[in-house]
Structures are given as structure tokens and as C-alpha cells.
Design a protein around this ligand. Structure first.
Ligand SMILES: Nc1ncnc2c1ncn2[C@@H]1O[C@H](COP(=O)(O)OP(=O)(O)OP(=O)(O)O)[C@@H](O)[C@H]1O
Ligand SMILES: [Mg+2]
Length: 549
């Protein structure tokens, strides 16, 4: 407004000058010039305002500074990112905006090195630790892009600063998840093969035990072999759990009831010198999980908590309903938004350093002495929780205790067939079709089934089994098949058989079901599932259970 008044005054004074005649000559021309200048200045003002809007809408911080680190101009994002205001931002030097990880002395040298690169190359890009001058504890990671420029005729540097702390955190978490996935595949593969062989050992021992006179040294020795094999099977079960390939038998459960039922066992496990506090939520959604997996989770977390306590600590178990929103899920790559039942296990023990915390889910990672920990506890918990589409969060600091939160998805649907009670051990006269590609296991299962009176048609190859069935008109009551086989898998084999003989029901055997068959498929097919390695009683009970259903 003021400028416009100045222009008008100037115009009037120009017009006031000179002869009447020359006034007539020059006046229109001058007037036109002045109007032109006025318009140009107005458009410049507009353009400046527009550029400022752009400058301040940038998400990245922009700092224009000179080669001494003096701040010349900043945008709004810079003020927000560094926690300063327009007035105070210039009172700090660029060094005040940097975390002195190399010492203040080194920092200055570092700046001069960067600036000389900038002078020779014209630009530079690097990662840096930034600090907020008013809250130096809250350093953050940034990516800085520098360009040489002129600012009001003076040599200057334009720094574009991007906060990448969130990106780095997510990258680290993704890396951890990928590492655990590949370890899981390896562990799962080893455990699967070991499982098959253990199955053979347990099965033949069962058969020998049948024939061995009771309470003789022979029976006793066989019992020892059986025990050792079952113990090894427990270990492979842990590895399969970590690899998320543990055969499971999920049901609709109330976590309060399950945790409550482990209370007595936990009490004994934890010992008299520590307090055990149990805070069940008054209302709790149900979850869809194998109850034995809940036992595994609770036991592993409670034992870890006990090991972290000195003398006379407290372990608290708690349940709650929790809604996970988009924002939370965004910060935890494992988490999906939705409703969860959360089991929290807290201890006031020695806690963990960030370095230990970064590795706790790795199989075989342990800080406990030789023979005290195998490092499979949390790996197992991790596998179980992921298998059930949940996630874990951990809060811990050295000397501050530890909190594990296990999130399990709220159960939405109906219960598709809870498990019936144990079926008495009985044989039968029906004809069964048995398919298993592992010859030793095939032979074993055949002996067990024939020993119980069944007629068994068997083959180690699915295609051959189909042929057997086609050339034989005898009614078949049950297909007992391995799930994972080369060529045709167990589920596909059943599909083919089902097409011509819909009355045949399937019993799937596997060390890991999750890859080829879903739990829903199992319930749709009214199929049975038996986990390998199985014992003789377990196989006979399962067969009878399906035949009688
Ligand atoms: N509540 C806790 N407090 C402090 N550290 C813990 C806690 N839980 C786990 N840790 C750390 O995580 C490591 C791994 O735990 P994990 O349960 O997987 O194995 P472990 O307890 O050492 O052995 P295992 O459970 O196989 O007997 C532990 O050795 C310990 O250092
Ligand atoms: Mg443990």
C-alpha cells in the first residue's frame, strides 16, 4: 500500500515538472511505463508469496546456510523437525543441529570436509545424526542432501533434511522378521526329517513292547528307548513350532480359563521366594488356538521371568481385550489392525539391553550358562504366536524389568467341531487304504493297523494307490495318507478318491500340516489329522474315532 502511494507521488511530481508542451508529450509515455512497473512488481510479489507457500509445504526440512554454518533461511518443516521457532532458529549454528557423535572438535572438521566436497562436486548426499538444540537427548537419524547456491548474491548451501528414523526402525524390524523366517525354514526342514525317523523308532518300539513280557529287563530297556525318542520328539516339536509348522488342534478357548488352569504348575515352577500375581480381565473375548500352545507360551514366558528375578521378585500375568488401530499397526510390521486378546507377562527382574533384546527370538540365542538354556523358548513362542496370526511386543530396559505382550486375534466365527473326548483303544475289521512315501513308516503303520485287525491296502506312491482303488471293488472305509508327498499330495489324492467314492473319509498324517491344508479344509472334509511322529495307541485311537464318527 505504502509503495503504491510512493508511485503515485512520484507520478504526480513528474507531471508537475516541465513545460506544458513537454508535459503533453511525455506524460502518457511515463504514465504507461509506471503502470507497467507497478504490474511487474505486483506479479513479483505474488510469485514470491507462491514460492513461500511451496517452500513451507515441503515435508522435508530445508536449511539455507553459509559455509560457516550460519543459518540464513529455514522452512516450517525445519522448525517442526528441530523444535525451534522462527526467531530462535537463527541463534544456533549448524553444529548445534548435529549430534556430536564424533566429538565437537571432530564435528567441525567433518563439516569442513563435507563443504569442500560440496564445493568441488556441487552437491552431496549423506546420512547424519541430527539433534534438537533444546532437547539434546532426542537425537534422530536424517538423510541430508546438500547443494551449493547463491543466496542474495552470497555463496550459500541449501540443505534438504529428511527424517529417516522411522524408516530405519521399520527396516531393522523387517530384517529381523526375514532372518527369523529363513531360520524357521531351516529348522522346520531338519525337524521334519528327524520327526519321521523318530516315528519309526517309537512305532517299532511300541510293537516290540507288545510282545515283550511285562516287567522284564527287555521291556524295561524298550521303555527307555521309547522315552528317549518321545523326548527327542518334544524337541522337534519345539523347532516345528518355531518354524510355524507344528501340527495343531485349535479350539475356541477362554484365555482366562487356560491361564487359570496353569496356575498350580506355574506356582511350583516359579518357587516360593517369588510372588505370582494374576489379573484376569472381567470380560474377555475368546480366541481360536490349540490349548497346549497356550501352555507352551505361558510356561516359557514365566520361566524366563523367573530366571530374570533376583531374590523375591514379582511376576504378573494379565489378560485384556485390545483394539489395534492403523497407527499402531503401522509401527509394528507384525501387527494387523483388529481386535485382540492380550496376555501380558511382566517381571521386575534384571531386564535386557537393547542388544540382547534384538536377538531374543533367534533360535538358540541364550544368555544363560551352558546347560541352563537352549535358547528355544522364545523362538517357540514367536512361532506359535505367528502361526495363530498374532504378534508380540516387548518392553524392557536394563534393571527395569520386562513386559511381554502376546496378542492373539479375537475369535469371530463359530466353533467348527471341538475335539471329542479320547476314544478307547480298539481295532476293527474295515478295509483301509494307506499311503505314505516314507517306506519305513508305511511298513510300520501297516503292521500297527493289521495288528489291530484291519485289512490294509497300502502303497508308497499316491498314483499307485489310485490304481489299487480302481482295480478293487471292495468298499474302503478310510484313507490314511501322508500329507506331503512328491507328485500328488495327500489332500489332492483325497480329492481324486472323493470324486468316485464320496463315502471314503480321510485321515491325514503329517509333521506339518500348514503348508498343504488349512484348518478350515480339515473341518470341511470332516477329516482327521494325526501328528507325526505318532504312537501306536494314537494311530489306533484316531482311526477308530473317524470310523465311528
Ligand atoms: N523376562 C526376561 N527378562 C530378561 N531377559 C530375558 C527375559 N526373557 C528372555 N530373556 C532373554 O532372552 C534370552 C532367550 O530366551 P529364550 O527363552 O529363548 O531362551 P532361554 O531361556 O535362554 O533358554 P530356554 O528357554 O530354551 O531354556 C534369554 O537367555 C535371556 O537373555
Ligand atoms: Mg527360556
Amino acid at each position: 500500500m505504502k509503495e503504491r502511494r510512493d508511485w503515485n507521488q512520484m507520478r504526480d511530481s513528474i507531471i508537475g515538472l516541465g513545460e506544458e508542451s513537454s508535459r503533453r508529450t511525455y506524460y502518457p509515455e511515463l504514465l504507461a511505463r509506471v503502470t507497467q512497473l507497478e504490474a511487474a512488481q505486483e506479479s513479483l510479489r505474488q510469485s514470491e508469496a507462491n514460492l513461500r507457500v511451496l517452500f513451507n509445504s515441503l515435508h522435508d526440512a530445508v536449511i539455507v546456510h553459509d559455509f560457516e554454518g550460519r543459518v540464513l533461511e529455514v522452512n516450517d518443516a525445519m522448525l517442526a523437525m528441530y523444535g525451534v521457532d522462527q526467531k530462535s532458529c537463527r541463534t544456533y549454528n549448524l553444529m548445534d543441529y548435529s549430534a556430536p557423535s564424533v566429538g565437537d572438535q571432530g564435528l567441525e572438521a567433518k563439516f569442513h570436509e563435507i563443504w569442500s566436497t560440496l564445493r568441488s562436486e556441487g552437491h552431496a548426499l549423506f546420512r547424519w545424526k541430527a539433534r534438537r538444540p533444546l532437547s539434546p537427548g532426542l537425537d534422530f537419524d536424517v538423510e541430508v542432501s546438500l547443494r551449493q547456491a547463491f543466496w542474495f548474491g552470497q555463496e550459500a548451501v541449501v540443505a534438504v533434511v529428511r527424517d529417516i528414523s522411522e524408516r530405519l526402525r521399520l527396516e531393522a524390524m523387517l530384517h529381523q522378521a526375514q532372518k527369523l523366517d529363513s531360520l524357521g525354514q531351516l529348522a522346520g526342514g531338519v525337524a521334519h526329517d528327524t520327526n519321521n525317523m523318530l516315528g519309526v523308532i517309537i512305532g517299532y518300539t511300541d510293537l516290540l513292547l507288545e510282545d515283550a513280557p511285562a516287567a522284564t529287563p527287555l521291556a524295561n530297556d524298550l521303555e527307555q528307548i521309547r522315552k528317549a525318542a518321545l523326548h527327542s520328539a518334544d524337541l522337534t516339536r519345539q523347532l516345528l513350532a518355531f518354524a510355524r509348522k507344528q501340527p495343531i488342534n485349535p479350539q475356541v478357548v477362554d484365555l482366562n480359563v487356560l491361564v487359570e488352569s496353569t496356575h498350580k504348575m506355574l506356582r511350583r515352577l516359579i518357587g516360593e521366594q517369588h510372588a505370582l500375581v494374576w489379573k484376569p480381565s472381567t470380560t474377555l473375548w475368546s480366541v481360536w488356538i490349540d490349548p497346549s500352545q497356550v501352555d507352551q507360551i505361558v510356561t516359557n514366558l514365566a520361566v524366563n521371568a523367573r530366571d530374570a528375578l533376583g531374590s523375591g521378585g514379582t511376576i504378573t500375568l494379565e489378560t485384556a481385550n485390545v483394539q489395534v488401530d492403523e497407527t499402531y499397526a503401522h509401527q509394528h510390521p507384525d501387527a494387523k489392525p483388529g481386535d485382540y486378546v492380550v496376555l501380558t507377562v511382566t517381571d521386575d527382574g534384571h531386564g535386557m539391553t537393547p542388544e540382547v533384546q534384538a536377538r531374543i527370538f533367534d533360535p538358540f540365542f541364550t544368555t544363560k550358562g551352558l546347560g541352563r538354556g537352549t535358547g528355544l523358548g522364545l523362538a517357540t513362542v514367536y512361532g506359535i504366536v505367528r502361526q495363530n496370526e498374532g504378534f508380540i511386543s516387548v518392553y524392557s530396559a536394563l534393571g527395569e524389568g520386562t513386559t511381554f505382550r502376546i496378542h492373539l486375534p479375537k475369535h469371530l466365527g463359530e466353533n467348527p467341531g471341538a475335539q471329542e473326548a479320547e476314544v478307547a483303544l480298539k481295532g476293527g475289521k474295515e478295509t483301509l487304504l494307506l499311503v505314505e512315501d516314507e517306506e519305513a513308516l508305511l511298513e510300520l503303520a501297516q503292521r500297527i493297523l493289521e495288528g489291530a485287525g484291519y485289512r490294509v491296502m497300502s502303497s508308497s506312491r499316491p498314483i499307485e494307490a489310485l490304481h489299487l482303488m480302481e482295480t478293487n471293488s471292495e468298499p474302503i472305509a478310510l484313507l490314511v495318507t501322508d500329507l506331503i508327498m512328491p507328485g500328488l499330495n495327500g489332500s489332492e489324492l483325497y480329492q481324486r478318491i472323493h470324486a468316485s467314492r464320496p463315502e471314503v473319509r480321510p485321515l491325514f498324517l503329517s509333521g506339518y500340516p500348514a503348508d498343504t491344508i488349512t484348518l478350515q479344509e480339515l473341518s470341511e472334509k470332516r477329516a482327521g489329522f494325526l501328528q507325526k511322529p505318532f504312537t501306536r495307541p494314537a494311530l489306533l485311537a484316531k482311526v477308530r474315532e473317524i470310523l465311528d464318527a
